[in-house]
Design a protein around this ligand. Structure first.
Ligand code: CTP
Length: 220
């Protein structure tokens, strides 16, 4: 049980504005994070869900508080203003890694044959949270890798100072973005590696939350 434990979950994509009507985004649906927020709540936790643009229904029965954001900067600000109050942070959002350097105030006109948009890195929310982690905080990140999956996930875990990382497999057709199913592996600081089968995102959320619960109870 996670009774009364305060948690923060990020989910969904972020949209990075190009001009007043266009953006750079990705195909994340937010489903995985919603299921995690739901499961944590079912276990008795007080959950804040920070979620980017999604077409998923966001009903009140998901968790205690839902904060809707659009851009990576808005997600960053929402996370930073709540992170000090929580013990568990699960960062499942597909945050854009880059955003346009300048946002046009008027809609861009198609004058030229070619258009170059200069991009700059967004703030790495998870890295900042991990590097400033408090002793009572348990921080979970996600990784999506196409090669050297395990090695890359381990180096991400270390680089961002995480307690655990969920590796999304790209090897299964039913897994990942826009699907109702997902196939994951969990890696932790003690070098444990657990491979799970392809499951519904509801069941995957259960596996992730159960793992967090087990780890937290050992740390208590
Ligand atoms: N993340 C974040 N803020 C960002 C970028 C990523 O909080 N600006 C979080 C994601 O929510 C996820 C993890 O960091 O938990 C993913 O790390 P990232 O370094 O973006 O890895 P990949 O998306 O796998 O891509 P890459 O390997 O290219 O870095």
């Amino acid at each position: 049980m996670l009774k009364g434990k305060k948690c923060l979950v990020t989910a969904g994509p972020t949209y990075e504005a190009i001009d007043p009507v266009r953006f750079i985004g990705n195909r994340s649906s937010g489903k995985m994070g919603i299921e995690i927020a739901k499961k944590l709540s079912q276990e008795g936790a007080e959950v804040i869900l920070v979620i980017g643009p999604t077409s998923q229904p966001l009903s009140e029965d998901i968790c205690k508080e839902i904060i809707r954001v659009e851009s990576s900067e808005e997600m960053y600000l929402a996370v930073m203003s709540h992170i000090n109050q929580v013990e568990i942070g699960v960062f499942s959002a597909a945050v854009a890694d880059y955003k346009p350097k300048l946002v046009a105030t008027e809609k861009l006109k198609k004058n030229e044959n070619e258009l170059t948009i200069e991009l700059v890195k967004t703030k790495d929310i998870l890295k900042e949270v991990g590097l400033n982690k408090k002793p009572n905080q348990f921080i979970v990140g996600f990784a999506l890798e196409t090669n050297n999956e395990i090695d890359n996930a381990i180096s991400k875990l270390n680089r961002k100072n995480l307690d655990m990382i969920v590796l999304n497999s790209l090897k299964n057709e039913g897994a990942g973005f826009q699907h109702d199913t997902n196939q994951i592996s969990i890696l932790d600081r003690e070098n444990n590696l657990i491979n799970f089968e392809l499951k519904t995102k509801t069941e995957v959320a259960k596996d992730i939350v159960n793992y967090i619960e087990t780890k937290m109870s050992r740390n208590d």
